[in-house]
Design a protein around this ligand. Structure first.
Ligand SMILES: Nc1nc2cc(Br)ccc2s1
Length: 244
């Protein structure tokens, strides 16, 4: 998988060189390219924004640098992608976008080439989205939640982690990404490890649920399913709507 990120703050994406994603890059499972949007400006101040037409507070990102940046990234990616014909999915993190869910992460993990475009300020001139669509580029606006960040970079870090960990070979034990919150559509059951009895600092003796020590796998699986349904009903009843 190739990942390109267009941003005015490439340094924000430094964590993509660490840990799981860093190892996946070293192992050649993913290929990450960062692009500074300001490299596609031509004025002394490397201007990427201007005042909103029609008035209003804040600034809007100008369309010209974005068009140049996409032209460069699309050309360089086509030349370098494995079969040369891979068509990228361009993802704009955006609070007005579609919810980014585990299902979306699974779908994105199938893509050979993702381009993340990080907006800043009040957002990006709408004509950039229209232009890309007219060029036949697949575009998705994705929201991480109903809150507003100062830019898309943090969202790209989160989405990249959620997606890349699903790429075959990235996570050592594929079993570990099967039973997680949202994989089954439910919240994960409570987890315990040793010791079986923990005396917490307040002096309370806290035991692991007996069933988990029974070695009876059917009972353990039943208990875990019940706890998943219970906490999903309590914390995220919306996930249960429409389920059989
Ligand atoms: N929740 C989110 N907020 C923002 C703000 C900007 Br500015 C760009 C992208 C996103 S995604």
């Amino acid at each position: 998988m190739r990942i390109d990120v267009i941003t005015i703050f490439p340094e924000y994406l430094a964590p993509l060189e660490l840990s799981l994603i860093g190892k996946a890059r070293k192992d050649g499972l993913i290929d990450v390219h960062l692009h500074n949007l300001r490299d596609y400006t031509h004025d002394r101040h490397r201007t990427v924004d201007d005042t909103p037409v029609g008035g209003g507070a804040g600034m809007v990102m100008k369309p010209e640098p974005w068009a140049e940046a996409f032209a460069n990234v699309l050309a360089s990616g086509k030349g370098e992608s494995d079969d040369g014909s891979a068509s990228p999915l361009v993802i704009f993190p955006n609070p007005a976008g579609e919810p980014f869910t585990q299902r979306a992460a699974e779908q994105r993990a199938e893509e050979p080439w993702l381009i993340f475009a990080c907006g800043r300020y009040e957002g990006i001139d709408e004509r950039v989205y229209e232009y890309l669509a007219d060029q036949g580029v697949r575009v998705a606006l994705s929201s991480l939640g109903d809150y507003v960040l100062n830019g898309g970079e943090v969202a790209v870090l989160a989405m990249t982690e959620a997606i890349v960990r699903l790429v075959p070979g990235v996570v050592g034990n594929p079993e570990s990404i099967v039973e997680e919150s949202h994989t089954s559509g439910l919240l994960e059951y409570p987890l315990y490890t040793k010791p079986a009895r923990w005396t917490s600092p307040d002096g309370v003796q806290r035991d692991v649920p007996e069933v988990l020590l029974s070695g009876h796998h059917a009972r353990i699986q039943k208990w875990r399913r019940e706890r998943s349904l219970e906490r999903t009903a309590e914390r995220r009843p919306d996930l249960l709507e429409g389920r059989e």
